[in-house]
Each structure stands twice: as structure tokens, then as C-alpha cells.
Ligand binder design. Structure first.
Ligand code: ZN
Length: 431
């Protein structure tokens, strides 16, 4: 196998203009002496409890010897922010106690990655609560890369040692990039060795490097020598990706009905073995993905069939405007409420990947037809899915385009032969 060091990605975070917002904990003034004492280690004992399956918060606190009136006051204070019944298994509760008496003085209930309810015991006043929001900063991340032989965009980004992003963030970024291009390219098959990309995205990042929100501002993908620009433009009413001429990237149909990352992550290499083979009269495209992966409607339409159909197994068929139909086969199950006559929106979940019918592994078999004639869903010319930028918005669009292109210009394109920089392959998985 040739080297996987296919990619050079750079991340230059925290542009000056990107330091836009910084969320401070919702802290009331006047607490300073109390706060200082929280961290005076010798004065307190700290313990962390995890909510077990089927356990209530009262149980957990009872385990921690918080009972009676103290317990009910504490639950009452928590209820200001969250019903104790809504808490999930695995939730972490940190209790800080006075070293001398062992009495609890501070209880922190970590609701999720972004917020914690902090309950503190105050003499006279009883338990008081407030919510601490994890601080985030808005920054801009620049990424560039080139695909090496035998690699995929997914693996190129995931295995890059120099990319200063946690794995979950990389996956989310790749998934988002694939969605930007989902109407133009099938990343699982169309991306070739030598293809290059660069992009700038804005994110609201937590201290651990994960993002609460992210949006690709501008991207450029070179596929087989052809350049695909993508610019995010929004004016409050419309919002979406456009090419440099103001044409929407959106078409009436997605090129494939699943999340790219779910297709790719199931296989070590882009050119995975076609599990599926091509049988006589095969009129669709197969996408291998783990059982249970969500299958999305390729376009707006109406459900015309839901049920079992011979070798296709569990099938959903949709009818679309303009004489188009799409079909999705081998589903493990249908989305709830799927029945003939029901309307569906592009991107709506209609079922889940499986291997019902004649299938040797979990995959979705996808067909696109026009007036009954099968089309190649990955290459067919498709009707547009959104209008181009209107004349009235042209000026604003050009302005954003110029500004974002400047942003992109800060990232030099990935070099033509970076893929050949010799370095041992990182993964040893072969076909
Ligand atoms: Zn098939």
C-alpha cells in the first residue's frame, strides 16, 4: 500500500476577527468570597457520582448521604433549571463537602457538554442554583488537503497527525463538507487520488476543541482537474451554498441517500470490495453502510410504495415532480409513519439501512428513474433544487464572495505531489 500521508492540513485558529463572542458563566456579582473558597482544597472533600441506569437523582443523592429536608431543598433548587426526572443515565454529579463536618456545600449537576447546574448551600438561605455555561469562542479553521492513492477524504482528514482537531470534530467537518457537495459529487466514489480541497469554516468551540456549532463559509474542491467552488450565502430569508456565478449547488436530488461518513467509515478504503456485486439487470447504485444508518429522501416527493418486494426486501419508493421516481431497497426498517400518499421533504429520514431481500451485507440499493427509465443517480443531469441568487441580492452576494475568497486565499492549495512524501502507512487495513 502506498503511504497514507496524503494530506497536509493546516489549522490556523482564532483569527483576529474571529474572536467575536465569549460566553461568560452566568455568575452573579457578590459571590467572590464563596467562589474562592470552592477551590481551597484542604477545606473540602470532593466526590463524583454517576447516575446509574434506572436511577433517579434522589437515589443518587441518597447514596451520597444527602437525605431528608436537605434533599428536598436541593431538588427544589435544581428544578428551577431542569426537572430532576429529565436527567439521563451517565450524568455526573460532583459533591463538595466541608472537610470538618462532611456537610455538602456545593453540588454540580453536569447536564451536557455545554451546561452545568451548580447548587450551593448558603447559611440561612438554603440551596441556591445557577447554570454555568461552558465558555466558547468563535474561531475560523482553515483546512486543506490532497487525496493520496488508496485513501478517501474521510481517512485523509481523520489520520492527519498535524491537524489540531479532536477526532469527533474532524468527522463532523468531513460530514459537513460532503453535505455541501452532496448534489454534485459522491465522495465515496468520485474522489480520486490527486484531488485537492481547501476550506474555511467558522465554529463556536469549547475549551476541549469540540465545536458546538460549525459552518463551512467557503470551500473549493478540485475533482479530476475540475474546480467546484462553494460559498455559503444567507440573507435571513434564503441560506445555502452557491457557486461563484450565484447558481445554487442544490439540485432536485441528492446524489446518494445517506451520510457520506457513514458510507466510508464502514470500510477501510475508498475502493472497498463491492459487497454487493452487480447482478443481471442491476439498475441502481449500492452504498454499503452500517445497519441502522439513516436513509434520506433524495428529493421532495410523495411516498408511492412502502413494503416488501422480493429480492429488494423492504422498499420505499417515492414519486417526485417532473416524472422522477426514486427507490430505496434492503431496509432493515421503515421510518415511523411511512405510508403511501404521504409527502416527504428532501433529506427527511424514510428508513434505515439493512440487508433484507437479496443482499449479502448491509447496504442501501438506490434507484433513480425518469418516466420509468433508469438513470445513473451519480451522473444524471438533474433539475435545480433552488433558484439562483436574485438580481436584487446580487450586490450583497458579490461582496460576500469577494470577502470569502480573500479568506480562502490565505490557504495555499495543497501541493501537487504531497501524496508522494514518503512516510509509513498508518493503517494496516487492506481489502
Ligand atoms: Zn443494488
Amino acid at each position: 500500500m502506498s503511504p497514507q500521508r496524503a494530506v497536509l492540513l493546516i489549522v490556523v485558529s482564532i483569527l483576529s476577527w474571529g474572536l467575536v463572542s465569549f460566553f461568560e458563566p452566568a455568575e452573579s456579582v457578590g459571590d467572590a468570597p464563596v467562589l474562592a473558597a470552592f477551590y481551597a482544597a484542604p477545606a473540602e472533600r470532593v466526590e463524583t457520582h454517576v447516575l446509574k441506569r434506572g436511577e433517579t437523582l434522589s437515589h443518587l443523592l441518597d447514596r451520597a448521604s444527602i437525605t431528608g429536608g436537605e434533599l428536598s431543598n436541593l431538588l427544589l433548587a435544581l428544578r428551577e433549571h431542569r426537572s430532576p426526572r429529565q436527567l439521563q443515565e451517565g450524568l455526573e454529579v460532583t459533591i463538595r463537602r466541608w472537610f470538618s463536618s462532611g456537610a455538602p456545600r456545593l453540588v454540580e449537576v453536569r447536564l451536557n457538554a455545554d451546561s452545568t447546574v451548580r447548587l450551593r448551600s448558603e447559611p440561612e438561605a438554603g440551596w441556591r442554583s445557577d447554570v454555568i455555561v461552558t465558555p466558547t469562542v468563535v474561531d475560523t479553521v482553515f483546512v486543506r488537503g490532497q487525496i493520496g492513492s488508496g485513501s478517501s477524504l474521510y481517512h485523509a482528514v481523520l489520520e492527519d497527525d498535524e491537524l489540531g482537531l479532536p477526532p469527533a470534530e474532524r468527522i463532523a467537518m468531513v460530514s459537513e463538507l460532503a453535505e455541501v457537495y452532496v448534489f454534485r459529487l459522491d465522495f465515496s466514489r468520485d474522489i480520486q487520488p490527486g484531488d485537492r480541497f481547501r476550506l474555511a469554516y467558522e465554529r463556536e468551540a469549547r475549551p476541549d476543541g469540540t465545536a458546538r456549532r460549525r459552518r463551512i463559509l467557503i470551500a473549493e474542491l478540485e475533482n479530476r482537474g475540475r474546480l467546484y467552488p462553494a460559498l455559503y450565502f444567507s440573507n435571513g430569508e434564503i441560506g445555502g451554498y452557491y457557486d461563484n456565478t450565484g447558481a445554487s449547488l442544490r439540485t432536485a436530488f441528492r446524489r446518494y441517500p445517506v451520510d457520506y461518513v457513514r458510507i466510508t467509515s464502514a470500510f477501510a478504503w475508498r475502493r472497498y470490495h463491492p459487497v454487493l456485486g452487480v447482478y443481471r439487470g442491476h439498475l441502481g447504485t449500492d452504498f454499503g453502510a452500517p445497519t441502522g444508518t439513516r436513509i434520506l429522501a433524495a428529493g421532495d416527493g410523495t411516498v408511492s410504495f412502502v413494503g416488501r418486494r422480493g429480492g429488494y426486501g423492504n422498499v420505499v419508493e417515492l414519486r417526485h415532480p417532473g416524472g422522477y421516481t426514486t427507490l430505496y431497497a434492503h431496509m432493515s426498517r421503515f421510518a415511523s409513519g411511512m405510508r403511501a400518499g404521504r409527502g416527504v421533504k428532501q433529506g427527511e429520514v424514510i428508513g434505515y439501512v439493512g440487508s433484507t431481500g437479496l443482499a449479502t451485507g448491509p447496504h442501501v440499493h438506490y434507484e433513480l428513474r425518469k418516466n420509468g427509465q433508469p438513470l445513473d443517480a451519480r451522473t444524471a443531469k438533474l433539475p435545480p433544487g433552488a433558484p439562483p441568487i436574485a438580481a436584487a441580492l446580487r450586490g450583497a452576494f458579490e461582496e460576500v464572495l469577494a470577502e470569502r475568497q480573500e479568506l480562502l486565499a490565505r490557504i495555499a492549495p495543497a501541493g501537487p505531489r504531497l501524496a508522494e512524501v514518503a512516510e509509513p502507512a498508518v493503517v494496516g487495513v487492506t481489502q
